[in-house]
Design a protein around this ligand. Sequence first.
Ligand code: PHE
Length: 453
Amino acid sequence: MPTKNTSIHGEWSSRLAFILAAAGSAVGLGNIWKFPYMAGDNGGGAFVLIYLICIVLLGLPIMMAEVMLGRRGRQSPINTMKTLCEQENTSHAWRLLGWGGVVAGVLILSYYSVIAGWSLSYVLESSSGTFKSITETQAGKLFADLIASPLTLIFWHTLFMVMTIFVVARGVSNGLETAVKYLMPSLAVLILVLIGYSLSQGSFMLGVEFMFTPDFSKINEQVLLDAMGQAFFSLSLGMGAIMIYGSYLSQHASIARTSFAVAFADTSIAILAGLAIFPIVFAYQLEAGQGPGLIFNTLPLAFGQMPGGVFFGTLFFVLLVFAAWTSSISLIEPAVAWLVERRGLTRTKASVVCGVFTWLVGLGTVFSFNIWQSYTLFGKTVFDMLDFLTSNIMLPLGGLFIAIFVGWSMRESSVKDEIAIQNPTLYSLWRVLVRYVTPVAVFIIFLHVIGLI
Ligand code: PHE
């Protein structure tokens, strides 16, 4: 029996700290910015239903598997996989899983930071009263002008990257823990305020109907792949973020219960965000399927009308920035931890190196909204490409391999020892999901998309 590994980067002070940090990673732009527009683009109810199924059948079991791998290896994803391969006597090729995660994290952060930059700029707009009695056309123009200006986007993108590097450089519990404790609950409250507005002013029932009446004829490859990708993206799965957070988790915490809490919080916030946004979309007869600009074109209308709108609007975008911040930290953490372990860099140096590199890659996304708008491949801009490649391909593939590694490659005794699910029925259920259901489902969706079935 191999001895337990320990982490050189520190440990969470408590189980709650892990839940908060993992929820901080999971809850982000994915819930509030991306989920609504993905649902809007994919016709609403059908997408939401498949998304929820993916969360329960794929997301939750893989999250438990990923946390477990992290806690067992206790290093950056690359070295965790290396150590586990040695301890489990399996092929070293599994290390690629860690590498894939590091690359995916950098690619995601490169565009994530640009979108978080939009949110930063909306903090300024909101606090200076720009949204007061704003019309649909004005709101549309405000957003269009923002993304048309490369320099403005670069400014906000830079600011957000600096914020991210700053926290990552300070390390696990100093930086990460304090940030999430107060901000996550405040964000939930603010979304409830918005729902209150949608209830009183928006077309609430139209919004509810759009989100929860699945039109099964709308389910096609695109919806399946998007919903699965969004489930992985939103839960931060398949790229090592949850694995590395798991590596800081104390040996006594229950992986099943913590994972459930995180998935529940994440899904609730996405659904609530949808419930806040769609009633406004329909009340103003806006286009639900307008893509990434959706919340930036709709929310200013709500804040422009509601009493105290300047205050609530500013607070909302501040909290959105914080939600993005706690996610961005986890996107870069695998790469930073690896540089510290492997190259012996200090945390600060490693954070700066990763940050500068990611910032440079992010310029591709900045330009894809303006000067490179017409450069497309298969109809996709650089941003669309990065988003598709990471959310829809790399993360599900990462999840698939995690499931195969845990389900088939590791010794069952090690898995059982680490996951420590007390209830035998629950354990068997999880094991079946990880061994059969998850890999087969992801594989079938992939085959379906390439057109093989
Ligand atoms: N889950 C985050 C969000 O919803 C994004 C993310 C993806 C973070 C993958 C870490 C890893 O915004």
